[in-house]
Design a protein around this ligand. Sequence first.
Ligand SMILES: *[C@@H]1O[C@H](CO)[C@@H](O)[C@H](O)[C@H]1NC(C)=O
Ligand SMILES: *[C@@H]1O[C@H](CO)[C@@H](O)[C@H](O)[C@H]1NC(C)=O
Ligand SMILES: *[C@@H]1O[C@H](CO)[C@@H](O)[C@H](O)[C@H]1NC(C)=O
Ligand SMILES: *[C@@H]1O[C@H](CO)[C@@H](O)[C@H](O)[C@H]1NC(C)=O
Ligand SMILES: *[C@@H]1O[C@H](CO)[C@@H](O)[C@H](O)[C@H]1NC(C)=O
Ligand SMILES: *[C@@H]1O[C@H](CO)[C@@H](O)[C@H](O)[C@H]1NC(C)=O
Length: 613
Amino acid sequence: MVPTQLLVALVSVVASVAAQSIPAGWSLHHRADPTALIPLKFSLAQSNLENLEAFLLDIADPRSPNYGQHWSPARVKETFRPSADTLNTVHGWLTQEAGIHADKIKLNPDGVILQVNATIAEAESLLQAEYYVYSDDEDGSARVGCHGGYTLPQHVSKHVDFVWPTVHFGGPRRSLSARGEAVSSSSPSRFGRESGASTIPIENLADFATSGCDISATLLCLGELYNFDFTPVSGDVNSVAVAEFGANVYRQSDLNLFFDSFRPDQVNNTPTLISVEGGNPNVSGSLGEASLDIELVMGLLGSGQNLSLYQVAQPKASLDPTDELLAALDGSYCAVSPVGSEGITDCGDKPRTNVISISYHFNPDIIDPSISPVVQRQCTEIGKIVLTGITIIASSGDGGVAYSQSHECLLANGSLVANNPNGSFVAQLPASCSYITAVGATSVAPGASTDQVEQSTTDFPSGGGFSNNFPRPQWQDAAVQNYLDNFAPDYAPSVFNRSGRAYPDVSANGWPLVIAEGGAFVHSGGTSASAPIFAAVIAAVNDARIAAGKSTVGFINPALYSDAFASAFNDVVVGSNPGCGTQGFPAAPGWDPVSGLGTPNFVKLRDAFLALP
Ligand SMILES: *[C@@H]1O[C@H](CO)[C@@H](O)[C@H](O)[C@H]1NC(C)=O
Ligand SMILES: *[C@@H]1O[C@H](CO)[C@@H](O)[C@H](O)[C@H]1NC(C)=O
Ligand SMILES: *[C@@H]1O[C@H](CO)[C@@H](O)[C@H](O)[C@H]1NC(C)=O
Ligand SMILES: *[C@@H]1O[C@H](CO)[C@@H](O)[C@H](O)[C@H]1NC(C)=O
Ligand SMILES: *[C@@H]1O[C@H](CO)[C@@H](O)[C@H](O)[C@H]1NC(C)=O
Ligand SMILES: *[C@@H]1O[C@H](CO)[C@@H](O)[C@H](O)[C@H]1NC(C)=O
């Protein structure tokens, strides 16, 4: 017995976390001052995470006796709090083996993080690492990090998700625009204004009434396509929000211009601001994304339902906007990311709405030690939030099988390179997190009527595919396997990850929507439009369930893929999502990685959800 244990101990004393290279968007500056103090944060492994999917299925699988019995935030916090064993192991290592005085170690109130007041020299010895100062290529801000990775003893490493600051920079800055603001997953100017005819002058507005929905997708078109004729009855208690990041803002004058033509009862109405990190929609910025999201949701739902707006500022380019929103919704997550003078200050005190629509992409879904632990934790947190009865909906991206509009694909050497036919597909985040409902984009086919099922967009390739970071969840197993067995192109195994979470889940119109923006009507869209359209449909389903004395729908994916919901979607079978020098995936009968299950039929979807407890 003893020799065996000894042998195990000898061969596996340490677990190293490698750093591949200098994270994109940062430059290595100089060796950090060994006497400088850093708050070293050990993000402790949470308990019961292996049961997260089972907990969700228990309340979200239509066959479960506990369907709809969402958890309270307090129950979530208690269930996933790191265990005493985890805390004692990490604390014991620090004090007894590493010689850190207990006075220098603090546990945050939620029990998720151990913070050690250490000097750089102490941190280097603790982690067998070398600390450098890195500078952000965009805003010049500095951050310390370990060049070449860090090491924890084996018995400690399984109790620690990651140590911050070390190698986890939270993804390349290339997902941000030059001004440091998050770029929306659809840029209306890219898809809307490239051809001269696409910006529609106001004086031609009357023509919309007679042109087809393939030429101009108005609110009226969406109503016909999705069987959506809705008057809220639970607006006093129901809630729905869109999230806008950085300097993506709206103008009331644009909303009024739009409402005046298409939704007169909403003229002068404005979304209820939920400011995150001081986010303010009155600043100057780009109008495309927020105008699209707000006009579509307020336009579809009407004045009986208020819309909330999470306006998430990005005070520093080095802050991950996803982290800011998650921290604002759940304080326990706040501890995971830089807090206080280094960054996030809104910790769990912001209202949670029943539905949250996100039309942005952030980190690319690649396996990389500087990104993976961060996106894993983000997705876990999203799972914890949806467990409380919230639906989070995200656009699937506008780059087909490549990484959104940058069209980047992953090379074998780990580089992301645009449009390289030797690259493998890159999924979109947050859309490819299993706990999100991802929405792809469709259009009315040329000359077709709204009675006909749409096709996947051709003006841009709708995002879809398979995750590298997240395994395929049970609830989509049959649908995805059917696609792989019967319709998937015969790409080499390295091109996409057949065992990963597949997305999108559903789709909705993404082109050419009629929107008021910057004082004029334009054609706009992208999966950026599809997500808020689907969010409005789910908000309307919640309205009906609340009126029937039932819970909100919360995590909808297991229900959407179940047999009882098969007729709730219009199956999109035409189109594909090219990228990375390939034709991407073709749409097909049933679920496919271009259009998901299809576009919603609101009345059937509502009735299917009303039939559940
Ligand atoms: C950290 O330790 C230094 C001395 O090593 C001390 O001056 C400082 O106040 C401590 N900071 C915190 C936040 O405990
Ligand atoms: C919407 O918000 C406004 C302003 O806060 C409030 O007066 C109104 O009652 C709200 N509407 C509903 C349906 O709750
Ligand atoms: C934005 O401007 C409007 C109109 O001037 C004002 O009522 C509102 O308070 C401002 N909002 C913020 C967050 O500053
Ligand atoms: C990976 O390969 C591509 C294409 O050959 C090249 O442009 C890139 O610099 C390489 N990246 C690394 C990190 O070697
Ligand atoms: C793709 O790989 C082939 C074979 O290795 C190579 O000849 C070609 O230059 C590569 N293409 C690009 C765009 O890197
Ligand atoms: C494919 O997905 C699985 C499940 O998430 C993951 O374990 C594996 O590392 C992925 N493979 C690649 C090559 O990304």
